[in-house]
Design a protein. Structure first.
Length: 260
């Protein structure tokens, strides 16, 4: 190809690349603008709902602080919060009953939120100093720090459990109790979390998980762990079930009834 023709082609390619870059910049700005508008709208909805709840509180003479925080967090991050209200007392007590307070080692709680399950664990006999609380939401972290100053609080992503805890735990954990919304994550991520938890726990220690789903959030067909479930807890809103997983085929022998 003659040199003038080659230069003409090169110039045309450069022009097309500049047009693509301008188009890309325009698209990115539009996307950014729409994200900002969505965030502003979502924040406005959150503030409006919070104002309505505060009006309800004033009329009834009650406080719904934890419910307000959960609702606002869910509006802002629905997939990471996973629930619109804190776990009910019946559900929290059911989860705590699968943890043996006499067994040595720390008790790790993933996604404790404002601490309803944490409270149930303490009431069941787990010393607050044994608790390792892994929470992503900074607002919830502040609440947990104030309510459980003796516990070890780790602000971070629980799905990076090994990185967060492998150097922090000085001995294997006696149990891992999870309030994470597992069903919102891919199967591979859920199974990795379970394997990491097993590696950090004593042999036969339970991984306790609640779910609103009918089925197990960790499919048993993949093998390598046993699974048992509580009765459905109809008194929780919405109704929930507790699943307990152990490495291998070990079971606790505990069968917790929803109404007990």
């Amino acid at each position: 190809m003659p040199v003038p023709a080659l230069r003409k082609v090169e110039n045309e390619i450069e022009r097309q690349l500049r047009l693509l870059e301008l188009t890309k910049t325009h698209i990115e700005r539009n996307i950014g603008r729409h994200i900002r508008l969505l965030d502003e709208k979502r924040s406005g909805i959150g503030r409006k709902i919070e104002q309505q709840i505060r009006q309800f509180e004033r009329k009834r003479g009650i406080r719904l602080d934890d419910e307000v925080r959960f609702l606002r967090s869910w509006i802002e991050r629905p997939l990471s919060t996973g629930a619109v209200t804190p776990s009910g007392k019946m559900l929290a007590r059911t989860m705590a009953r699968y943890v043996d307070p006499k067994r040595n080692g720390p008790v790790v709680e993933l996604g404790p939120g404002t601490g309803p399950v944490t409270e149930a664990l303490v009431q069941a006999g787990v010393a607050p100093s044994r608790l390792v609380l892994v929470e992503f939401n900074p607002s919830f972290c502040r609440i947990l720090k104030a309510r459980y100053p003796e516990a070890t609080l780790v602000q971070g992503d629980a799905y990076s459990l090994r990185r967060l805890l492998e150097t922090l735990l000085i001995q294997p954990a006696a149990a891992v109790v999870s309030g994470l919304p597992l069903v919102t994550k891919p199967i591979r991520m859920r199974l990795r979390l379970l394997r990491d938890a097993f590696d950090l726990m004593l042999p036969g220690a339970p991984f306790v998980q609640f779910t609103y789903s009918v089925a197990s959030p960790l499919p048993r067909r993949f093998g390598g762990f046993s699974a048992e479930a509580s009765e459905r807890i109809w008194m929780n809103i919405p109704p929930a079930r507790v699943w307990v997983y152990r490495r291998g085929d070990q079971k606790s022998g505990i069968r917790t009834q929803a109404g007990s």
